[in-house]
Design a protein around this ligand. Sequence first.
Ligand SMILES: Cc1ncc(COP(=O)(O)O)c(C=O)c1O
Length: 413
Amino acid sequence: MASAAASKASFLGGVEPSPPDPILGVSVAFRACDDPNKLNLGVGAYRTEELQPYVLEVVREAERRMIAAGHDKEYLPMQGLAEFCGATAELLLGKGHPAIAEKRVATIQSLSGTGSLRVGAAFIAKFLPGKAVYLPSPTWGNHKNILADSGVEWREYAYYDASTVGLDLAGFLKSIDDAQEGSIFMLHGCAHNPTGVDPTLAEWRQIADAMQKKNHVAFFDVAYQGFASGSLVEDAAAPRLFAEMGMEFFCAQSYSKNLGLYAERIGALNAVLNDATAATNTLSQMNRIARAMYSNPPVHGARIAATVINDPELFQARSRWNDEMGTMAGRIKTVRRELFEELTRLNPDKDWSFVTRQIGMFSFTGLSPAQVERMTGTHKIFMTKDGRISLAGLSSAKVKYLANAIDDSFRNA
Ligand SMILES: Cc1ncc(COP(=O)(O)O)c(C=O)c1O
């Protein structure tokens, strides 16, 4: 018999269920499938060739040192761990960068990339009311949620050219020109998600010039530094170019992918400004936003990241972290090449070169929603509806299986 409470109506009885998250929902569907051939290419998390999660050796080493040091579990300040904040700004801009030396960078540790973007969006809502944020079309789905939940209007700018499966630079530049002076543009610092299509450095220069002319402000989302090319420096080229040109910008950073710290929720929000007083004041207001949102951030991931970044042996060029990032980025490049070769063998009449031109974890396949449905329904390959596949979830052993499914879905759906 139902309890007394269960037989009454709830005051939240009118709440409708939220639609499943388009990215995280893929993993739920994957887990529910019992086909032994199933493949999860939905979520952007690195897997080994055996398709197992990977904890970096430098992370294990940092944790061993942390246990030996016997840290307490006291609250961090609202800004986060000081060693981490310093290290993360240096990782973004380069050691000894003038903006850091001149105290023109406001950095707050936050809850990975998502939380850092969320604090940035709340800051925009509070201090730049009425300003819209322009997002690339397409973009990581959560950008829209984050801005909408913060009460910030978002619009889209041209980014992706479906006919070339490449960058629509002319469209991008036109969007910059058409936007109202002083608008905010969300820019993926590297490894654009979902397309894997990045501007070249020469194209970034054109983008920066056009933005500077219109006094637009960039909000960089750097979720893959070091993970795209295997080089922390190369993957930070875009924000470093903006800093070199004296352009002010926000930048959200994440350590989910490059240190594999997904569940530790470690990242940062930076405002790189022209003036030290503006940076001090901005930081105090970011702290105020964090205070009301979650008070102060978790310490464990911050200690790991700070240990790795600040330790010469774990960090320096040819360091163990670089080697491990090179291994992760390298495995993805290998399966990209293998997938390209297999698709070309199956259908030599189609140009598959976009697979190897794209960078980072993802490949935008150009599969239509109906074709994606065939990928999942017939072949048990789980992926997002927009045709994006995460190559981090693909092993060399599964390349043939995937290529066959893509070829079949292009031909028969
Ligand atoms: C473009 C982009 N931004 C931000 C994030 C945030 O990830 P996290 O909150 O795990 O750092 C992701 C993760 O997939 C991403 O792809």
